[in-house]
Design a protein around this ligand. Structure first.
Ligand code: ATR
Length: 274
């Protein structure tokens, strides 16, 4: 019987995950199906259990259910624990296992697809919600020169700073509001706020982009996001949206389920072109 996988979210109609996983399955010769499941806001667990009962082997979880998935998982990986969010569920006789491949997806996209080694870099992470939390540990593991957490609500950035301080090793981690970034420069600025979804950009001071710097938006869409448009106007040398991160996190989920690591470059190129 063909193994079944799915992405679950709300909304879900525009998810690219079915196309990405279908391409991975073709490329690796794996026999599986991958569908998109829309769950009602209060119907996440029921939808997951129904999928398991129907023979589902694993799921990707997207907005707004990553915290629900974290709570539902009977066992969790260390990176899911650090993120306090789960984007990948693995179903087996041992029960529901939760993992989080988002952070690794970001680091892989930056390194593999965009050619940006993070060691020694000054990184600015914008936002202090679930999206930001999920990538802090994988970023710190790359041994950047510094990591600055900036958020509209400063207290939330401070709370994250305190939480991750024990994992920071030699990397200084600081927290501030957007205004306090004035006079500082970064090699990489990552937008993990939800501002783009409201067609807005975080209000950042001029001059924060160092020569050669990259502005990265974890959101993707047609054309430049508001954050990337602002970054271009403020002198960021390179711009990237989160589509590469989506494909890379998918590849890591695929590996967790199938034990096979698909090549991402052809899928990324094909989907961008299409
Ligand atoms: P997610 O799981 O996507 O991170 P979240 O937990 O609701 O979602 O967090 C949203 C993040 O986007 C927060 O950091 C939020 O800032 P506040 O903590 O001050 O609310 C940030 N955000 C949302 N809209 C924003 C905007 N227009 N400008 C700047 N930051 C914004």
């Amino acid at each position: 019987m063909t193994d079944r996988y799915a992405v679950i979210g709300n909304p879900i109609a525009h998810s690219k995950s079915p196309q990405i996983h279908a391409a991975f399955a073709r490329e690796t010769g794996q026999d599986l199906t991958y569908e998109a499941i829309l769950a009602p806001a209060n119907g996440f667990e029921q939808a997951v259990r129904a999928f398991i009962a129907a023979g589902g082997k694993g799921m990707n979880v997207t907005v707004p259910f990553k915290l629900d998935a974290y709570r539902l998982a009977a066992t969790r990986s260390a990176r899911a624990e650090a993120a306090k969010a789960v984007n990948t569920l693995v179903f087996s006789a041992r029960g529901i296992h939760g993992d989080n491949t988002d952070g690794l997806g970001l680091v892989a996209d930056l390194g593999r697809n965009l050619g940006l080694g993070l060691a020694g870099k000054r990184i600015l992470l914008l936002g202090a919600g679930g999206a930001a939390r999920g990538v802090i540990l994988p970023l710190l593991e790359q041994q950047p020169a510094s990591l600055t957490l900036a958020n509209r609500t400063v207290e939330k950035a401070r709370a994250l700073q305190l939480e991750f301080a024990p994992s920071a090793g030699a990397c200084p981690v600081d927290a501030c509001g957007f205004d306090e970034l004035a006079g500082r420069q970064f090699d990489l600025a990552i937008n993990a706020t939800a501002a783009s979804l409201a067609d807005e950009a975080p209000a950042l001071p001029q001059g924060i982009y160092a020569p050669g710097s990259l502005a990265y938006d974890m959101v993707y869409g047609k054309g430049l996001t508001p954050f990337l448009r602002a970054a271009r106007a403020q002198g960021a040398a390179h711009l990237a949206d989160g589509f590469g991160m989506l494909v890379e996190q998918a590849a890591e989920s695929f590996f967790l389920w199938r034990g096979v690591r698909p090549a991402t470059a052809p899928v990324l190129a094909g989907l961008r072109a299409g």
